[in-house]
Design a protein around this ligand. Structure first.
Ligand SMILES: Cc1cc2nc3c(=O)[nH]c(=O)nc-3n(C[C@H](O)[C@H](O)[C@H](O)COP(=O)(O)OP(=O)(O)OC[C@H]3O[C@@H](n4cnc5c(N)ncnc54)[C@H](O)[C@@H]3O)c2cc1C
Length: 401
């Protein structure tokens, strides 16, 4: 396999690097990424940054040009994401819209829906959230119980009345729109009675309650719907066929992960620097763990490249996406455990001067990545997919719905 870049790929990399050098806010690019005291400030800053990036057409690189993208392929997308992460640029605040909702609308939206929503996603004019998970429907997403019932408004327009609850909805408190799975037919097999709706998050009857996480942040939320009226023109795809729409959203959640790759390349570099400063390399118990962290991140890079070359040839990521998700989340947890071992007595500390290893940056990162084996499909579910679809083991017995 030839991994050397083409002249056009090298030029694109130089281009994005040059743009970032000119436009990246001063505090970025140094050590671990800076943190904001208040999530609302971070989101406001993130909207401005994403809008600036979009003006340079560095957001939504694979999106069609008419909606602000470059109509480029997976390799170009990988290069731009890699460079953004390498420069430690702020994370894209509208990533749910960019990576999940946009591709879903492109595949299933009507021309009017595309015109209404797509141009506002890349410049962060609209933030979207993903209203899929519920208290009784996470891994078993087809069990969604939020109900949407047909109605006709006083003006005579077709609409739906939405009642129910979602949970773990990232950034719902800042979102303008939510992509929601709702049960529209309770009398058929559960995959067949779901419809996808775009919900105005400011509509009467939508209540967002932030949930406090182990990191002391409130990125995700519970969302309650009490007789929320959703126009039928905001239905994405046919009635009762929302499961197909949801699956097209979910395929975009897995697969290659250039951002996590570069974050972990940087984390391992930081870890090795920390180990050098603390003398951890002289400790026989820590040395093999440091070597393992470095080797595993390199393996993650090779896994990514293998999947990328499949995508570049127009092949689907396939169940390899599950192997990649499983691998990086477990690698990340091991790497963070090694960091804690290297920090030693400073590991349980949180507050302090920024040059102090107990300032909380590593501790927050350790806590944050505990969730990596849950989001985008838990590791148990990835193992089920691998055992059934790759190893050809017997399928998991169906539970009664
Ligand atoms: C940081 C973060 C952000 C998130 N953001 C969003 C969001 O924006 N929007 C959204 O809709 N959701 C979001 N989620 C939710 C996420 O998709 C779900 O947490 C995930 O799908 C698991 O569902 P659950 O939490 O209901 O766990 P459950 O499905 O109840 O699972 C509980 C445990 O049982 C195991 N289990 C379940 N079924 C099986 C099985 N068949 N075989 C073996 N083991 C099984 C699971 O692996 C898990 O360990 C987020 C989650 C996290 C952690």
């Amino acid at each position: 396999m030839d991994l050397s870049p083409s002249a056009a790929e090298a030029a694109l990399r130089a281009d994005v690097r040059g743009w970032l050098h000119e436009h990246l806010p001063g505090e970025y690019g140094q050590g671990l990424p800076p943190r904001f005291e208040d999530l609302a400030d971070e989101v406001a800053f993130g909207r401005e940054w994403q809008s600036k990036l979009a003006s340079g057409r560095w957001v939504g690189v694979p999106w069609p040009e008419e909606y602000g993208g470059r109509g480029a392929g997976p390799v170009e997308h990988f290069i731009v994401t890699e460079e953004l992460a390498r420069a430690r640029a702020p994370e894209l605040v509208g990533r749910i819209g960019i990576n999940l909702v946009g591709p879903t609308l492109l595949a299933h939206g009507t021309p009017e829906q595309k015109e209404q929503w797509l141009p506002r996603i890349l410049p962060a004019e609209h933030l979207w959230c993903q209203l899929f998970s519920e208290p009784g429907a996470g891994s078993d997403l087809a069990a969604v119980a939020t109900r949407a019932v047909r109605t006709t408004t006083a003006e005579g327009a077709e609409a739906w009345v939405l009642d129910g609850q979602k949970v773990w909805t990232s950034y719902a408190q800042f979102a303008d729109w939510g992509l929601c799975l709702a049960r529209t037919n309770p009398d058929v097999a559960k995959q067949h009675g779901i419809t996808t709706l775009a919900v105005d998050m400011r509509a009467p009857g939508v209540e967002v309650r932030p949930l406090r996480q182990i990191t002391d942040e409130t990125e995700f939320n519970e969302v309650f719907f009490d007789a929320v009226v959703v126009p039928d023109t905001h239905r994405i795809g046919p009635v009762d066929e929302g499961w197909q729409v949801a699956n097209s959203t979910l395929t975009h959640e897995r697969g290659i992960n250039p951002r996590q790759l570069v974050i972990h390349v940087q984390l391992v570099e930081e870890l090795l620097r920390l180990a050098l400063a603390s003398g951890a390399f002289d400790d026989d118990r820590l040395r093999p763990r440091l070597a393992q962290a470095a080797v595993e991140v390199r393996l993650f890079q090779l896994h990514n490249w293998r999947t990328l070359s499949r995508l570049a040839k127009g092949q689907a990521p396939g169940p390899e996406g599950s192997a990649l998700k499983l691998y990086w989340s477990e690698m990340s947890k091991r790497l963070h455990d090694t960091v804690m071992a290297v920090l030693g007595p400073a590991a349980p500390l949180w507050h302090g001067a920024s040059e102090n290893p107990g300032d909380g940056t590593w501790q927050r990162s350790w806590l944050y990545y505990q969730a990596s084996s849950i989001w985008a499909g838990t590791n148990e579910i990835q193992r089920n997919i691998l055992s059934e679809r790759v190893l050809g083991m017997p399928r998991e017995p169906k539970r009664a719905s």
